[in-house]
Design a binder for this molecule. Structure first.
Ligand SMILES: [Zn+2]
Length: 263
């Protein structure tokens, strides 16, 4: 699933290609991706709109139109915004001059919504923002009895992190994913705070992690998968101590960690 670094990479690549372009025609090929609005109405709202900007909030892409309206795209598991048509295209956005961009989605977990004004998406802190300070993270963790992994995945607390970056951050911070969030000591929270930002920045520099379907606007894959330490590394040696990486199910998802380094 695309997480913050992948969605941000898509945003950066897509923006110069669509900015100031007017959507002349919208073709909804599969109406299941359009949520909370009838496809007919969606088409009527979007047609003729000029793209002023693309913003990102957590894992959401916010297409801001000149009129002040928004189209919000969540890519789900396999959603893509691309310029070359593939067999999973669900919506086509046509610009003038016969140019189009497409929303493609193989598994259909993605969602497209329309808003009259800036959307309230009910999300927590952006982990790379100035507002997300050590004290903010400490407050969040102190209030939560759940396991640290699930707390970091809760989009209403910290928004944009998914399984990959949560597990990688916990590894570098030396924290077992099953620890209770409120059991973390200040020095551990400090390490974790640093590693969340650090892992996200490194992933952004690598243009995200590509396992299967994620590509940027130009169809290019990310390369952070080559730099992962624990995610997807079951039975492989820990990069710090060579102990085999363990995979367990925690918080309903596959959880990878080093049983020796992560206490
Ligand atoms: Zn280790």
């Amino acid at each position: 699933m695309p997480e913050l670094p992948e969605v941000e990479t898509i945003r950066k690549g897509l923006l110069p290609l669509v900015k100031r372009k007017t959507i002349r025609k919208v073709v909804v090929i599969d109406k299941r991706v359009i949520k909370d609005i009838a496809p007919k109405e969606f088409i009527a709202e979007i047609t003729g709109e000029k793209i002023a900007d693309i913003e990102r909030r957590a894992k959401y892409l916010l297409f801001k139109f000149k009129s002040g309206k928004y189209m919000v795209v969540h890519l789900g598991m396999t959603g893509r915004l691309i310029f070359t048509k593939d067999k999973y295209v669900k919506v086509e956005f046509k610009f003038s001059g016969n140019k189009s961009f497409y929303y493609s989605d193989m598994r259909l977990f993605g969602k497209i919504r329309f808003y009259d004004s800036y959307p309230n998406l009910d999300l927590g802190y952006e982990p790379l923002s100035k507002e997300f300070t050590f004290n903010v993270l400490k407050d969040i963790l102190n209030k939560c009895k759940g396991i640290i992994k699930s707390v970091l995945l809760d989009q209403k607390l910290v928004a944009g992190l998914g399984n990959i970056y949560v597990l990688e951050s916990l590894f570098y911070a030396g924290i077992n994913p099953q620890r209770r969030a409120n059991s973390l000591k200040d020095n551990e929270i400090k390490k974790l705070y640093f590693e969340i930002k650090n892992v996200l920045k490194k992933a952004l520099n690598s243009r995200g992690t590509s396992f299967s379907s994620y590509v940027d606007a130009k169809g290019k894959k990310g390369s952070f998968q080559q730099k992962l330490s624990v995610y997807g590394k079951k039975d492989l040696p820990c990069p710090k101590c060579k102990t085999p990486i363990k995979r367990i199910n925690a918080g309903n998802r596959g959880t990878y960690f080093c049983p020796n380094c992560q206490k």
